[in-house]
Ligand binder design. Structure first.
Ligand SMILES: Cc1cc2nc3c(=O)[nH]c(=O)nc-3n(C[C@H](O)[C@H](O)[C@H](O)COP(=O)(O)O)c2cc1C
Ligand code: SF4
Length: 465
């Protein structure tokens, strides 16, 4: 295995090894501080991070506002407080070593306000901002204002081209690196575009080479590319290291660092990772952001999948084959189904899936009365965590609704990610993971349930294993 040379990142030479940001509260002050202390780059998630009171106890996130907008403002205040708290913990822990970055999602609600709030309150503690999930044009300007570096996360050369030409070329000195995140393999949300087939993964080399060529055109030959998604053993990436065609390269890990002593996830979650098999991680499109995402197949995802399977198209007047009347909801509004679909509906109703819920695509899905009630309650309790939400139809800007029907095939991502990161049942919540997570089970490093410290993991990574 080639030795890994240090790389200049956010103004300091560090190991080219990075822990990717993971929300909500999955990469935090402790995990990111440990990555930096070991000489790499730690990234804490600035997405609704945990805050603590003066006794060091977790401040429970409780909303008092009566409207979504009021709760949205509470959420933003919690997020700023949490981001500052995690940055301070990480700063203490890193002990002057490595670099510390903060991760935000461009499509999270009030992303700019939260960035300003946290960066204002942590001057000198954070060295860079990583940002994906959308087109974060403004992250360059905001980072430059606080004299720190910015790290766009892209899944294609085309996306970087658009970001550079429209906004980033004005702030070339503060571009820390470009993160290429493999849209087929990385954990969390994935940047698959409409022209890319989720069932036909493209190998990353050609795509990263295209990104480098694009960057060279812009004079960014020496700006590192950070390869994220599907990286496990670095010996499998030897031809990427010191490769003159690719230029300076670093590697970002999201899934492997889940299984470290400093990782804040529950021990049930850690144990589950050790048992996953190939195919247990599932690329799906249920997220209320509209993006694809990768998570472990469990009861939570199975239920969403089943809900979407119990789906039929309807019309509001008899049209063509849609001639069989059906009464929907408490008001028993008439819709029209095909005869074939009606037989399915009758079977689902007989099985207890008695409630037909309308979707924005003129379809009905069928769920139990308890699930229908939960969906409605979750939609009512929305606290406006996204700039626009498919599940609740919340939109952060006036008129505060997307104008589309709320989609019961999706779910409240804020609720489930808060639950799983605070000890909730790992079968009943969304468990993000990368597609390589099955490798925990066969990687000898984790034999007999061994869970390394971050320092041990970073030493191990450098051996190529
Ligand atoms: C549990 C989990 C949560 C994640 N959350 C985020 C996030 O909030 N923001 C983000 O930019 N990336 C997120 N990611 C992606 C990681 O930062 C990283 O780029 C990715 O996991 C790398 O691929 P790997 O999973 O194959 O290691 C998440 C990944 C995981 C596994
Ligand atoms: S319903 Fe949507 S916008 Fe509202 S809190 Fe949940 S995920 Fe966020």
């Amino acid at each position: 295995m080639k030795s890994l040379n240090p790389i200049l990142m956010s103004g300091q030479e560090v190991l080219p090894l990075i822990e990717g940001g993971k929300g909500i509260s999955v990469s935090n002050g402790e995990s990111s501080g440990a990555w930096a202390a070991a000489g790499g780059v730690g990234t804490f998630s600035g997405v609704n991070a945990d805050a603590y009171d003066e006794n060091g106890d977790l401040i429970p996130v409780v909303y008092h506002g009566k409207t979504r907008r009021e709760r949205h403002h509470e959420l933003v205040a919690y997020a700023i407080k949490g981001g500052i708290a995690q940055a301070k913990i990480a700063h203490e822990m890193r002990n002057g070593q490595g670099r510390l970055h903060m991760n935000v999602l461009w499509e999270m609600a009030a992303c700019e306000e939260i960035l300003h709030g946290v960066l204002e309150g942590t001057q000198g503690l954070i060295h860079g901002v990583t940002c994906g999930a959308g087109m974060p044009y403004k992250v360059a300007e905001i980072s430059a204002r606080y004299n720190i570096f910015y790290y766009p996360i892209v899944s294609s050369a085309r996306a970087f081209n658009a970001l550079w030409k429209r906004a980033y070329h004005k702030f070339p000195d503060k571009l820390g690196a470009v993160v290429y995140e493999d849209p087929w393999l990385a954990g969390g949300h994935n940047g698959l575009s409409n022209s890319e087939d989720p069932t036909h993964p493209q190998p990353p080399y050609e795509r990263v080479l295209a990104l480098r060529k694009q960057m060279v055109e812009f004079g960014l030959n020496n700006i590192p590319i950070i390869m994220a998604g599907g990286v496990w053993f670095l010996r499998e990436w030897e031809d990427w290291i010191d490769n003159p065609d690719l230029g300076p390269i670093a590697f970002q890990f999201g899934t492997r660092p889940l299984l470290t002593q400093e990782s804040p996830i529950s021990s049930e979650w850690k144990q589950k990772l050790l048992t996953l098999k190939q195919g247990d991680v599932f690329l799906n499109r249920f997220s209320p952001t509209g993006f694809y995402s990768s998570a472990v197949k469990n009861d939570f995802l199975n239920e969403l999948h089943a809900r979407s399977q119990r789906q039929v198209a309807y019309t509001t007047a008899p049209v063509g084959d849609h001639e069989r009347p059906y009464e929907v909801g408490a008001r028993k509004r008439l819709v029209y189904l095909t005869a074939h679909d009606l037989t399915h509906v009758e079977q689902w109703v007989a099985q207890g899936f008695t409630e037909g819920l309308r979707t924005p695509d003129s379809t009905l899905i069928f769920v139990t009365p308890e699930d229908a009630n939960q969906i409605l309650t979750d939609q009512i309790n929305c606290m406006g965590c996204l700039s626009a939400c498919l599940f609740s139809n919340w939109q952060q800007t006036d008129p505060y609704t997307t104008g589309r029907k709320a989609d019961p095939r999706s779910f409240c991502i804020q609720k489930t990610l808060q639950e799983i990161s605070h000890g909730g049942d790992i079968n009943q919540q969304l468990m993000f993971a990368g597609h390589n997570a099955y490798r925990f089970a066969s990687d000898p490093f984790y034999a007999d349930g061994f869970i390394p410290t971050v320092k041990q993991l970073i030493e191990r990574l450098q051996t190529g294993n």
